[in-house]
Design a binder for this molecule. Structure first.
Ligand code: DLL
Length: 432
């Protein structure tokens, strides 16, 4: 049942000892190897010797996505560049991506965490698994791939984008497991249903994540496909997929605490919160070499439970996510900040900065329409000119966020003005 029993079932005291030893080493390493952290710790008047165990965690400085952006691309790496064997990247709040780097050992530990997560979902070396997260700079594809190979399963590296080929191979190869976003799996399920193919597949398990979903959606997927669907969580800054995953009891996601030290803080006061209280999830990586992070603010809202689980694991569990404490949207698995669109429009100069993002879900696939106000004069122009401008804006936005968008030009003052905080997003997706 359990892939790595010694690590997943240790007592709280044993875990605290292990985490404390790893934290002390991490703090020492970042203090000496990363000028950003040395400066931050000096500003707070602390030295590595002041951190003796996890009880000292609140003394340490926080790290944010902006800190990664400000140190773009490699400024927070804690090893010489020659030790880095892979980079991934995800969206930053404005133009610049956040870049993450891995040493060979980091990749091994990442694969081990994902393998443990797949094993939690009942997947073994006997399985044939389709990895249908995007391959490339996004951590989903290559992250899930590494874990599935480590487990010894037969991996079919599908990536995203060709559902017909995916369903054909699923049938022909006798695929038994799949890793993809939950919305994509629902889309796959509907495609199989339409083609009358559900009785012809051998699928038994799915490991879905990278975007928010509900318990209802999980059950819907399970019922449609007659499988067990598991929730896998992660973020590129901390590693990628495989930071936490839920077991067959589905009562929260077990965090791989032997590598990632979780905390819950109040996002306004930044004070630590008690177990059971909902707040922002913060991680300190305690084994990473390439990009170790102290108290990284994930912006994901959840609560934590330290009670042992019915499955026998003692790893702390985080509850299904309750949203984010910033305005980041996840559209087709891509992280998008409204500010990226604003920055792109302002740079173009031909539009006003008034825009509205309309996010919807059609056939279980996310769509994004951006309504942009343009000056009156454009509407008196020839239709060809309008079309040209629409295309140009779509290209500029696509370039900025890495997602194809539909652009609709609207007349001046037609986007509702807000009296308070501007509203830039209408999210019509109903998470069933
Ligand atoms: O989405 C890593 C990943 C890939 C996780 C494949 C799981 C599966 P990022 O692109 O950096 O990394 O986005 C991280 O996605 O902070 C959450 O807001 C959201 N997220 C990831 N997994 C889940 C989940 C990957 N299971 C951001 N439930 C995170 C809800 C999730 N939100």
């Amino acid at each position: 049942m359990i892939w790595n029993e010694t690590k997943e079932c240790m007592s709280r005291d044993e875990m605290t000892v292990l985490q404390s030893a790893r934290l002390v080493k991490t703090v020492d390493r970042v203090y000496h190897n990363v000028p950003f952290y040395r400066k931050k710790m000096q500003q707070l008047g602390i030295e590595p010797g002041d951190i003796r165990g996890i009880e000292d965690l609140p003394k340490l400085p926080f790290t944010t996505k902006n800190d990664l952006r400000d140190n773009y691309p490699f400024g927070l790496f804690a090893v010489p560049q020659s030790e880095i064997v892979r980079v991934h990247a995800s969206s930053g709040t404005t133009g610049k991506a956040t870049v993450v780097g891995y040493t060979r050992r980091d990749l091994d530990i990442w694969s081990e965490c994902v393998a443990r997560a797949l094993s939690m979902a009942g997947i073994t070396r006997e399985d044939i698994i389709q990895v249908a997260y995007g391959y490339g700079l996004f951590t989903g594809g290559l992250g899930a791939h590494g874990g599935a190979e480590k487990l010894g399963a037969m991996v079919v590296p599908m990536s995203t984008g060709n559902t017909k080929k995916l369903t054909t191979m699923m049938k022909d190869f006798g695929v038994t497991a799949i890793a993809c976003t939950p919305s994509y799996l629902l889309h796959i399920a509907e495609t199989l249903e339409e083609e009358g193919d559900i009785p012809h597949i051998k699928l038994k398990a799915a490991v879905c994540g990278a975007e928010p979903w509900t318990e209802n959606m999980r059950k819907q997927i399970e019922n449609k496909l007659h499988i067990n669907a598991h929730d896998i969580y992660g973020l590129s800054e901390v590693m990628g997929p495989g930071v936490a995953c839920d077991c067959r009891f589905h009562k929260g996601l077990h965090v791989y605490e032997d590598h990632f030290l979780p905390e819950i803080i109040d996002p306004d006061t930044l004070k630590p919160m008690q177990a059971g209280e909902t707040g922002e999830l913060v991680f300190t990586t305690i084994t990473k070499e390439g990009l170790p992070l102290l108290r990284y603010r994930t912006r994901d809202l959840t609560s934590i439970d330290y009670a042992a689980c019915e499955c026998g694991r003692t790893l702390a569990r985080i509850s299904r996510f309750k949203g984010r404490s910033d305005d980041m949207l996840i559209i087709r698995g891509v992280n998008v900040f409204p500010s990226q669109i604003e920055a792109a429009l302002l740079e173009m100069g031909e539009t006003t900065p008034h825009y509205m993002m309309v996010v919807d879900r059609v056939n279980n696939l996310d769509t994004l329409e951006v309504q942009v106000e343009v000056e009156e004069r454009f509407f008196s122009d020839e239709i060809k000119e309008l079309e040209k401008l629409t295309k140009k804006i779509a290209t500029v936005i696509q370039h900025a966020i890495g997602l194809a968008v539909k652009v609709k030009l609207v007349e001046p003052k037609s986007i509702e003005r807000s009296m308070g905080k501007a509203v830039h997003v209408i999210d019509k997706r109903k998470l069933v």
